[in-house]
Design a protein around this ligand. Sequence first.
Ligand code: ATP
Ligand code: MG
Length: 272
Amino acid sequence: MAGKIITVTSGKGGVGKTTTTANIGVALASRGRKVVVVDADIGLRNLDVVMGLENRVVYNLIHVVRGVASAERALIRDKRVPGLMLLAADQHSDKDDVDPEEMKDVCDQLRAFADFILVDSPAGIEQGFRNALAPADEVLLVTTPEVSAVRDADRVIGLVEASGKPAPRLVLNRIKPELVARGDMMSTEDVLDILRIHIIGIVPEDGDIVAATNRGEPVTLKRGSRAGQAYHNIAARLDGEDLPFMNLELPPTSLLDRLSHLFNLGGSGGTT
Ligand SMILES: Nc1ncnc2c1ncn2[C@@H]1O[C@H](COP(=O)(O)OP(=O)(O)OP(=O)(O)O)[C@@H](O)[C@H]1O
Ligand SMILES: [Mg+2]
């Protein structure tokens, strides 16, 4: 097996990198793929918590870097989804305790165990980001439709390209169709006009995500959630399927809404 390494990054913090990594991991594994999710947010580990695996962490990424444990030994197998594995971060170390070459080395070792290695990047563009970017064959860039997040995402696109990697693909997270329809939130087209990269998925704002995260059960494990469906679609696209995008556009409700939609927002959200 020679797994593909996909780094999930953002620039701005708190936009949904860890949620995206965990859920795409679940979705790819439920398609029968072998997946390792790697927590590269050293010092602030939380991918293990989001995945509900925190009580099973014995060895972590730093142990593998230092040769204390083999990559195989350090992997935690998720009993709910066959084929899904986690390499946890060390809470007691610092991002500077690993360098990009070491990160590349560990991720290269993981290629033997999985079809996909998903690396959850820390926020920012410093050492932790450089560590997470170094091993990437491909980069997914997560942003919310907010000006500050999009601006940071734009900066990250430049850094990814300057590092010689292919342009990232975009995951647009926390879209609220009703706000987009009212013109109170940037639409997918607005964001793409600024960033000018390909989009791989649009994830709606979904209250189930917060509850699911608190229970340590990524929302994708549950049937019927819209965000879960969005993550399944992203996984299918990563897996080479050519799927249409979900339609998140809400039909305008009142005549006034319809008119404002017609005159002000032509096409907003239309391709989602
Ligand atoms: N589509 C969504 N709908 C609702 N809540 C969401 C969605 N995506 C993420 N969240 C919530 O937003 C918060 C931040 O998400 P997450 O931890 O994944 O972000 P992050 O980018 O990894 O943050 P950090 O930069 O701190 O690592 C969490 O509470 C999560 O549950
Ligand atoms: Mg995170």
